[in-house]
Design a binder for this molecule. Structure first.
Ligand SMILES: *Cc1c(COP(=O)(O)O)cnc(C)c1O
Length: 410
């Protein structure tokens, strides 16, 4: 019989979304009439159709594959040159950021990338994550054996939790002790917080000083409206020596179902070896990626390339404007009823304090039963999320307007 990876037994059995689903199903069965009015503002998934520029590019790519002369089989594991060049040019060089095409690795999603990156790091790293947090960072570290067991509150031994609260604007403070790996995500899921240039500069300074590595998840960079806010960690001087960036087409181009993302690893970025030496990280990821991954589909990469066409850019801007219009309405509706509201300015998530000392799950039940609206309990993202809930702006305008009316009537 084969031994299993017992680290999986430490996981808190995917508690959040299955529990939401369980409560929603129970509600629907008990209240078939109210179930018809149910509006879901829970899961962070886009709702609007793909940009037509993307559709056209993918249709054309399908046709190419249908002809022997233009057929393509396996592509380069790191991604097609046309897409890596388009990313380097449009996301970085045109903004004065130094990132070369061969520092970009195309993949089928940031969820996989942020999890898989642990393959190239050894045991014994001191790992810092924010609280609340995107659960993938925590669970993948548990699976990799980088933690001990969870305590009653759900906190894992061995992880350094960086508490995010209204006091620090939900942007993690610099740790008081040295750590080796730090997960940062701005604009943030779930809190909608954004890090200022000064805050990211402080993080880069910390990382350079302590030789820490920042794992920077910029999946929501397209939602930044304020031009003074950095959209990439590589806008910060020194970041090329201490950071990896994760980007995705999921939230800008609406690729959550299509699947395309990328990792940026500067060629000069280094890690250390047990014998006291240093080693470049870029070749390790290149090796990992080409050994365990066979490339994102050609059709999808052509679709992603179209995100950078003039037509694609205009359509993505319209999508962002739509979702951010929703966020503004939700922020306003919560504010009007006197709830403490955060986020929603440069991110598609609105992070709201519960009224009257309700717990996150009590608020979830109240919203479900009284407003027939599904939200996400903040405590599902970590202990520091207790007393908050997340409303997603990913919805139709009509649904958001109705949610706002129901919040007003609560
Ligand atoms: C949605 C999201 C992503 C994107 O994940 P994909 O796998 O590329 O769809 C990455 N990070 C965070 C925090 C997200 O919320």
């Amino acid at each position: 019989m084969a031994y299993i990876n017992e680290n999986y037994n430490k996981l808190k059995a995917g508690y959040l979304f299955p529990e939401i689903a369980r409560r929603v199903t129970a509600f629907n069965q008990a209240n078939p009439e109210a179930a018809k009015r149910l509006i879901r503002c829970g899961i962070g998934d886009v709702t609007e159709a793909l940009p037509s520029a993307v559709l056209k590019a993918m249709h054309a790519a399908v046709d190419e594959l249908g002809q022997r002369e233009s057929f393509r089989g396996y592509g380069p594991e790191q991604g097609y040159e046309f897409l890596r060049q388009a990313i380097a040019q449009n996301d970085f060089k045109s903004r004065g950021i130094e990132v070369e095409a061969d520092e970009i690795f195309i993949s089928d999603g940031s969820k996989c990338d942020t999890g898989n990156i642990l393959d190239i790091f050894g045991a014994g790293n001191r790992i810092a994550i924010t609280d609340p947090v995107y659960p993938v960072y925590v669970d993948t570290n548990v699976m990799a054996g980088n933690t001990g067991d969870a305590d009653e509150s759900g906190a894992y031994a061995g992880l350094h939790y960086l508490k995010c609260t209204p006091e620090n604007g939900f942007v993690a403070d610099i740790p008081s002790e040295p750590v080796d790996l730090v997960y940062l995500c701005y604009p943030n899921n779930p809190t909608g917080a954004v890090a200022t240039r000064a805050q990211l500069e402080a993080w880069v300074q910390y990382a350079l000083k302590h030789k820490a590595l920042l794992l920077y998840d910029a999946a929501y960079e397209a939602y930044i409206k304020d031009p003074s806010l950095p959209r990439s960690i590589f806008e910060i001087p020194g970041a090329r020596d201490c950071a990896i960036e994760f980007r995705s087409f999921s939230k800008n181009g609406g690729f959550t179902g299509v699947r395309c993302a990328f990792v940026v690893i500067p060629k000069g970025l280094k890690g250390k070896t047990r014998d006291g030496g240093t080693q470049a990280i870029h070749p390790l990821w290149s090796r990992r990626h080409s050994t365990k991954f066979n490339g994102t589909s050609y059709i999808v990469q052509r679709g992603a390339e179209a995100v950078y066409s003039p037509e694609g850019k205009a359509e993505v801007a319209a999508l962002i404007e739509h979702y951010m219009g929703n966020a503004a309405l939700l922020v306003e509706a919560c504010r009007k009823v006197g709830l403490p509201v955060f986020g929603g300015q440069n991110a598609p998530y609105v992070w709201v304090g519960t009224p009257g000392g309700l717990s996150s799950w009590e608020m979830f039940d109240r919203m479900l039963n009284q407003a027939n609206v599904v939200i996400t309990p903040g405590s599902g993202f970590g202990r520091a999320g207790e007393g908050y809930f997340r409303i997603s702006a990913f919805n139709s305008r009509a649904n958001v307007e109705e949610v706002c009316r129901r919040i007003a009537a609560l």
